[in-house]
Write a protein that binds this ligand. Structure first.
Ligand code: 9WN
Length: 458
């Protein structure tokens, strides 16, 4: 790879030889998945651009080659709908329809008045994007020279897009009027197959699902993917939202309407990132800080479970809490305004044998001591680099750099041992799911470039 003018691709000088090798192989993984415009999560399993993947991936590019981070995010933002939503997949028209299901024909975004020029899905994913844009701007500012203005121009161009995206979430996705963002499909949560969704999914009428052929199990073993029964529910839910015109004013009638701590905590963090971005751009960031404070209040009122000492999801159709013990309940650690007793209980649970304390390769997506724990099936037990990265950020926000360091080190040990796999067995560290997976490489680069304090900087 050629040396670039915007920060270059050489491993930072503070790395050991082994870390520098890991850095090179992570950078080569991203390069291998780069299409010229954006980076696919995996060339085989996910051959398009995914929303929160792209945000994480750009954070890796910011460490290696900031111009790529900007290109990645510009491509992503080009898929924004007129209503502000950032779709969870932006399809590459050059890739055959049958390479991924559900593909562009299923989502039919081109038939929707708000759909963008490029074909996309109509669902969303967790809003990590403001953090990613802030990282890209910061990387350019840190590089200095001509990059400073390039970074600021990129920030100025992205800011209104991010505003529209957050406005969509606050206004259209506050389905219950409780100040929280609702997800309308497990795919929107990012943690698709989490046991948290088992109860609402059990009530979904699968008969409504159109006939379909799964593509995901062509590349990855069926035992590491959702069951056919879960897949039928995913397809039925997506088809119902599509057939309702992706209309969020009637979203309350859908069969899956859930407020989830991960999505809302990530949005709270994103608002604080927008406030910082606004500050860099000479814009008043107070409305973003206020939006973050409102999310803090709403999450505390509706999602905190004082008995369990963690946050839980809430099924907005039934009002019931969804209490499976997964790491999403710990992500409100990203909230800087937690009271000390609540913060300490979240930290205790994070450090407990169910999560950091018990797994040799933490942090398992479902607690080791939960009945639903499944060490190999996706989002039902395995460790993921993306959620380790978010948890490390949460631990830092809570003032526990020691825990953040343990989580980041666990992630780096996993990729060093098993490669940049999609997810990992938390008990023996075996790699699972897709190979050469982009966010595992990208976030490793971030950890290597900015050891632990990394996440704090952006
Ligand atoms: C559906 C791309 C995506 C991630 C999700 C992960 C998985 C897709 C799938 O892959 O979801 O969006 O086909 O299983 O669950 O978090 O963004 O890496």
């Amino acid at each position: 790879m050629a040396q670039q003018h915007d920060g270059g691709q050489q491993p930072p000088g503070h790395l050991s030889d082994a870390q520098a090798r890991l850095w090179r192989s992570a950078a080569a993984t991203l390069q291998g998945n780069w299409t010229g415009r954006s980076t696919v999560p995996s060339g085989t399993q996910y051959p398009h651009q995914w929303s929160w993947d792209s945000a994480f991936i750009s954070i890796g590019w910011s460490a290696v080659q900031p111009s790529r981070a900007r290109t990645e995010l510009e491509a992503l933002l080009a898929g924004q709908w007129a209503d502000g939503r950032l779709p969870h997949i932006q399809f590459n028209p050059a890739v055959p329809e049958e390479a991924y299901f559900p593909g562009p024909a299923f989502w039919a975004s081109k038939d929707h008045p708000d759909g963008p020029a490029v074909p996309t899905s109509g669902l969303i994913q967790p809003p990590v994007h403001a953090r990613a844009v802030l990282a890209a701007v910061t990387a350019a500012l840190d590089t200095g020279g001509a990059q400073r203005q390039i970074g600021l121009d990129f920030g100025l161009a992205s800011y209104p897009r991010l505003l529209a995206w957050h406005r969509y979430l606050h206004e259209r996705r506050d389905v219950a009027g409780d100040g929280l963002v609702a997800v309308l499909h497990p795919w929107e949560s990012g943690l698709d197959n989490s046991p948290v969704w088992d109860t609402p999914l059990a009530a979904v009428s699968r008969d409504a699902a159109p006939a379909f052929t799964r593509r995901d199990t062509a590349h990855v073993g069926a035992a590491e993917r959702p069951t056919d029964r879960d897949y039928a529910a995913y397809v039925a839910l997506a088809a119902a939202y599509r057939d309702g015109g992706y209309d969020d004013t009637t979203a309350g009638r859908l069969e899956f309407v859930v407020a989830d701590p991960l999505v809302n905590a990530v949005l709270l963090d994103a608002e604080l990132c927008l406030a910082r971005l606004a500050g860099l751009l000479g814009i008043d960031g107070t409305p973003h800080t206020r939006a973050a404070e409102q999310l803090h209040e709403a999450m505390l009122a509706t999602l905190y479970d004082p008995e369990r000492g963690v946050y839980v999801s809430r099924d907005l159709r039934t009002g019931q809490p969804l209490t499976a013990a997964t790491l999403t309940g710990l992500l409100p650690l990203l909230d800087p305004w937690l009271t000390e007793p609540i913060r300490d209980r979240l930290l205790d649970r994070l450090a407990s044998p169910g999560f950091l304390g018990g797994a040799r390769f933490p942090v398992p997506s479902t607690a080791l001591d939960a009945a639903e724990f499944d060490r190999r099936r996706y989002w039902r037990g395995p460790t993921w680099i993306s959620t380790n990265w978010l948890l490390a950020l949460g631990a830092l926000t809570a003032g526990r750099s020691d825990l953040a360091e343990r989580i980041a080190t666990a992630g780096l040990d996993l990729v060093a041992g098993a490669g940049f796999r999609e997810y990992f067995d938390p008990l023996d560290g075996a790699g699972l799911g897709a190979h050469e997976f982009s966010w595992s490489a990208a976030l490793s680069l971030d950890w290597l470039a900015h050891p632990v304090a990394a996440a704090e900087r952006a």
